[in-house]
Design a protein around this ligand. Structure first.
Ligand SMILES: [Fe+2]
Length: 449
């Protein structure tokens, strides 16, 4: 494992530990398991870094020593916020990391204690780095920031719905404005970032991805300004009604029974009603998108809102296309992830029946046969990642991410697709490569559409 992967694991384990500690006392077996896992991860990280490592927290990001943890910053952004609320700016881990010290850290993060002992193997706020040492304002940092803010909006909206409070669309409107700006100015990097997945917050990450893809597709369809913004709000909030669905139903690993299916089918109405209650003039279309995103082009799907294609809103038909694509490329509790090219195959197969053929065509034109973030198996067993959609008749831009002997490359290496034979498309989870995490390393060329 690389330091980056170890840090990611540690943050996941710390989040699980803090959650466990809030639910059960320290002696409880599941809390014990979570503590062991977090301690092992912390020890692996510290000893792998020569005995001492500093994790810093700055604005929207985690850093490991001076290196930005791009993926972890998005994946564990809820933990980042919690830690920042507790005043944590940095955590130093010293090998051998003691379990009791990790327990103290967990209790502090969970707000069960007021401090951690100063002389321990886990120390707070002793970072030797200053803000100027770490923070960058690169274009990818700005893009990532708008992704995080959109995730925060969804967490806020979900929290409000959970406690039956009204939702505030002005924050959503502000966040999507940033995302629209970034997606337009950095289309290739945005598409690459939209391959970001999270198992724990599947719906939120899926929603931000659908938002990015919809902005890019909406832009291709000639939308601009306020129209693009309303489309983006609709895309971001399209699944928000899932808050009302039991999580045991959402995460059910098998075939749903009639009752469970009935619950799922209610999420478009639930979402639309919540958005409608909060919408300012002009934003009502966002509620229409939530209401219609599972209604199909030919009148099938749910809810049964139409029998004729033109009855579905233009934005709903657009979001149905991007929603399907992102869902298929994501691993869910009941289905494995498919490659981007299989997802395009599903869209093509349903073009004209389930999906609007114009959007299917434009979407394929947008992402290409090799969408950014696709992983390709080359002859010799190497794995390369597509960083930029190929122009018609051209080959895509590739970087080598995994050598033929199975080693992951620390620095992705640009290669020419013309010299290689592409054997197959592969799924990221199967080859241990996370495309979105490589965004800062591959330096995708900024090329406005
Ligand atoms: Fe949905």
């Amino acid at each position: 494992m690389t330091g980056d992967q170890r840090a990611r694991q540690l943050l996941k384990d710390l989040q699980a530990l803090a959650k466990q500690m809030k639910l059960y006392p320290t002696g409880h077996p599941t809390t014990g398991e979570a503590l062991t896992a977090a301690t092992e991860s912390a020890e692996g990280l510290a000893s792998g870094a020569g005995g001492e490592v500093v994790m810093s927290l700055l604005t929207d990001s985690f850093y490991l020593d001076r290196t930005l943890l791009a993926h972890a910053s998005l994946e564990s952004s809820a933990l980042l916020r919690e830690m920042q609320r507790r005043g944590i700016e940095s955590i130093t881990f010293l090998s051998p990391v003691a379990g009791a010290d990790i327990a103290d850290l967990g209790a502090f993060v969970a707000d069960l204690s007021g401090d951690v002992p100063a002389e321990s193997t886990v120390r707070l706020n002793e970072s030797p780095y200053s803000k100027s040492d770490l923070e960058t304002d690169s274009s990818s940092a700005r893009l990532r920031r708008s992704y995080t803010r959109s995730l925060d909006v969804l967490r806020g909206v979900a929290g409000a719905l959970d406690t039956d409070e009204p939702i505030d669309l002005s924050v959503a409107s502000w966040a999507v404005e940033q995302l629209v700006e970034q997606t337009i100015s950095q289309p290739a990097a945005s598409l690459l970032l939209s391959t970001m997945k999270s198992h724990d917050e599947y719906t939120f990450f899926h929603s931000v991805n659908v938002c990015i893809l919809s902005i890019a597709l909406g832009r291709m369809a000639g939308l601009a300004g306020d129209q693009l913004k309303v489309l983006a709000i609709g895309a971001l909030l399209h699944d928000i009604g899932k808050i009302r669905v039991d999580s045991s139903v959402l995460q059910f690993p098998g075939r749903l029974d009639q009752d469970q299916w009935k619950q799922i089918k209610l999420h478009p109405q639930e979402g639309a009603a919540s958005i409608m209650a909060a919408a300012a003039p002009g934003q009502e279309i966002a509620a229409t998108v939530a209401f219609e995103h599972h209604a199909r082009f030919d009148g099938s799907g749910y809810p049964r809102v139409t029998r004729r294609e033109h009855d579905l809103h233009f934005f709903s038909r657009l979001v149905a296309t991007t929603d399907t694509y992102d869902a298929i490329t994501t691993r869910r509790s009941y289905r494995r992830a498919e490659t981007p090219s299989s997802a395009l195959g599903v869209l093509l197969k349903g073009s004209g029946t389930f999906y609007d053929p114009d959007f299917v065509r434009s979407f394929i034109e947008l992402v290409g046969i090799y969408p950014p973030g696709s992983l390709l198996l080359l002859d010799g067993g190497e794995v390369a990642m597509v960083t930029q959609t190929a122009e018609a008749g051209d080959t895509p831009d590739l970087v080598l991410v995994k050598a033929g002997d199975g080693t992951l490359l620390d620095e992705p290496e640009p290669i020419s697709a013309a010299d290689r034979t592409i054997l197959d498309h592969v799924v990221s989870g199967n080859v241990g490569v996370d495309p979105a995490a490589l965004l800062e390393k591959v330096g995708v060329i900024v090329q406005p559409v």
